[in-house]
Design a protein around this ligand. Structure first.
Ligand SMILES: NC(=O)c1ccc[n+]([C@@H]2O[C@H](COP(=O)([O-])OP(=O)(O)OC[C@H]3O[C@@H](n4cnc5c(N)ncnc54)[C@H](O)[C@@H]3O)[C@@H](O)[C@H]2O)c1
Length: 389
């Protein structure tokens, strides 16, 4: 008689995270939830949380289930209990910890944009090339089931040749009442709406089309509000990042593309929208209705053509859907992060992720496009990507 063997226990991955605020909460939630919803070859153990605010770190660690906390992220590198370091800090604190952790043999999952500057991003890509550990970048919108569905449809030929990519990411929180946070200081953020929002659009355009941007053909970038209140004071300081950046580009397959990022688009809250128009059809995703994908099938008879609204929540049909709820029991912002944590853990457990995850080399290509657009805006000229290394 055959004896049934108990299932092999999944490997534990010791996680440390740096940063405890917006993304710290989004990622912390993902690490805490992921093993409950996904069957994984590796499961996270929430070992250490690092951030700067000593007063709130202890309560945060207890509430979110981190075993230890520290205000000095450098203590993570030599800790043998940590396998993966998750970096959820402002953009100027991406390169140094990423490189230190890769050199210490850890895997690194870093927030986007890869860095504030192309030089930092390049150093990170080089460190990743030399390292044993794997790298991941939190371009979370890739992991919305509707975006994954678009990715699959495009690979099945639903669009045919892609003619046109139109993307905008519009927010309105950057009005004159918003103080001079790190996000408005070039030294800390690298850029404003551009690195923050266009980074997502460029990643989505590259991911969905499978094509690189070959040239930026024109750009405009403006700081609309130049003076903002310094937090904790009544004084004003200078904001030296863009509040809005728009650019035009050409993709390797010949498609034209437009990208528009703004923090001062009054009336828009988190309007991250991308539309792809091709010879056989079109697709549109808009994050504020993230469960939906819009599909226009141009191969149907004209009589019945029209935009089709697809609810991307059907288990077994749409990526990630079987791990969540029955049809049309909607997913939200946090699910993209949980889906991403699951894919990271699959890769670390030697399984294929549900959808490709960007690593440092991939995110560096996005960073080159952002750099080309900044150059184009500054010099008022077209910039071929081959000139941006
Ligand atoms: N993927 C997304 O959709 C998305 C959304 C928001 C932000 N982000 C990115 O996430 C990163 C963090 O943004 P956020 O909004 O969470 O910022 P935040 O200001 O809300 O939090 C930053 C955290 O970093 C910590 N920190 C700052 N400097 C540090 C240092 N030297 N050592 C240790 N900890 C330090 C702070 O204590 C804080 O906990 C940025 O790169 C941002 O672009 C991504």
């Amino acid at each position: 008689m055959a004896r049934s063997r108990p299932p092999r226990a999944p490997r534990q991955i010791g996680v440390a995270m740096i940063g405890q605020q917006f993304m710290g909460r989004a990622h912390g939630n993902a690490w805490g939830q992921v093993a409950k919803f996904f069957d994984l070859p590796a499961v996270p153990r929430l070992v250490t949380i690092a951030a700067r605010d000593a007063g709130s770190l202890g309560p945060f660690a207890r509430r979110w289930g981190w075993e230890r906390y520290t205000t000095d992220w450098r203590l993570i590198a030599p800790d043998p209990e940590i396998d993966l370091v998750d970096i959820a800090t402002p953009n100027h604190v991406h390169a140094e910890p990423s490189i230190a952790m890769l050199e210490a043999g850890k895997h690194v999952a870093c927030e986007k944009p890869l860095a504030g500057t192309l030089a930092d991003a390049r150093a990170m890509r080089e460190a990743a090339r030399r390292a044993k550990g794997k790298t991941f970048v939190w371009f979370n919108y890739r992991r919305c089931p509707a975006v994954g569905t678009a990715w699959r449809l495009i690979r099945e030929g639903a669009l045919g040749r892609i003619y046109h990519v139109r993307a905008h990411y519009l927010q309105s929180w950057g009005g004159k009442e918003t103080p001079l946070l790190w996000r408005f200081r070039k030294r800390l953020a690298g850029s404003g709406a551009h690195g923050d929002l266009n980074a997502h659009l460029v990643d989505l355009a590259r991911f969905l089309t499978g094509q690189e941007v070959v040239s930026v053909d024109g750009a405009v970038s403006k700081t609309v509000i130049t003076r903002r209140t310094i937090p904790g004071t009544r004084r004003k300081g200078r904001s030296d990042v863009d509040d809005a950046t728009l650019f035009l580009a050409t993709m390797a397959g010949g498609a034209v593309a437009s990208f528009e990022a703004s923090r001062v688009a009054t009336g828009h809250q988190n309007d991250n929208t991308i539309e792809l128009n091709g010879e056989r059809g079109s697709l549109r995703f808009s994050f504020e209705e993230m469960n939906l994908l819009w599909y226009f099938d141009a191969t149907l008879p004209k009589r019945t053509q029209g935009w089709r609204r697809i609810m991307c929540t059907t288990p077994g049909e749409h990526p990630y859907a079987e791990h969540w709820w029955p049809e049309a029991h909607l997913l939200g912002y946090e699910h993209g992060f949980v889906n991403m944590a699951a894919d990271i853990l699959k890769v670390l457990g030697r399984r294929r992720p549900e959808l490709p995850i960007p690593d440092f080399a991939d995110a560096y290509e996005t960073q080159r496009v952002l750099e080309a657009a900044m150059l184009s805006a500054r010099e008022r000229c077209a910039v071929p990507l081959r000139e941006v290394r």
